[in-house]
Write a protein that binds this ligand. Structure first.
Ligand SMILES: Cc1cc2nc3c(=O)[nH]c(=O)nc-3n(C[C@H](O)[C@H](O)[C@H](O)COP(=O)(O)OP(=O)(O)OC[C@H]3O[C@@H](n4cnc5c(N)ncnc54)[C@H](O)[C@@H]3O)c2cc1C
Length: 154
């Protein structure tokens, strides 16, 4: 990479992982571009447990407090079989004292929305299905279902 050049990072998928990666990359001075195959960002979905390590990751992005506004801290997580037999129970409420952040239950759409809102500019393209990529010395060329290509740098 030539010194001072902004690196353009291409991210396939605008789910929670892709958006979180893009926010983190922007925070570090990269230029991410997210490609989502759906025509719009999904805003549905049910509740999601984000364990303490995930909340700490959100903290690193400066987004934990925003998410915690609507996400209750969990005291115990139970894992059961479909018959209702308990497989295990974890006292996740203790994590706050041990690690400083809770394990939470959050609506997927809320988490997704907080991440999408945190992106600066318009680094997101919907209706863009990645079908493959080719890497070379200078970067990567990503191919899309409609035949177009996009170039990322390294
Ligand atoms: C029923 C259920 C319950 C779950 N509960 C939890 C939970 O409580 N806690 C937890 O941490 N996790 C849970 N998970 C897992 C959860 O789905 C993942 O943690 C999270 O969604 C992963 O985010 P992701 O961005 O990697 O993937 P996804 O959310 O699946 O996002 C991937 C995105 O990439 C897009 N995409 C895929 N292929 C392409 C392509 N070729 N080109 C462009 N875009 C593409 C998709 O359209 C999608 O928007 C659960 C999963 C299920 C199914």
């Amino acid at each position: 990479m030539a010194s001072g050049r902004i690196r353009r990072v291409l991210v396939a998928g605008g789910g929670i992982g892709g958006l979180a990666a893009a926010v983190a990359l922007q925070r570090k001075g990269f230029e991410p571009l997210v490609f989502e195959r759906a025509e719009s960002l999904r805003d549905g979905g049910a509740g999601l447990h984000v364990w303490t390590n995930g909340v700490i990751a959100l903290d690193r992005l400066g987004l934990a407090d925003e998410v915690l506004k609507t996400a209750p801290a969990q005291q115990t997580c139970h894992f059961s079989t479909w018959r209702g037999e308990t497989l295990g129970a974890w006292p996740v409420g203790d994590f706050v004292e041990r690690y400083g952040r809770p394990t939470i239950a959050v609506e997927r759409s809320v988490l997704h929305g907080v991440l999408a809102d945190a992106l600066e500019g318009a680094p997101l393209r919907t209706g863009a299905q990645v079908t493959g990529f080719t890497q070379d010395q200078d970067g990567v060329t990503v191919r899309f279902a409609d035949g177009q290509t996009e170039r990322g740098t390294c």
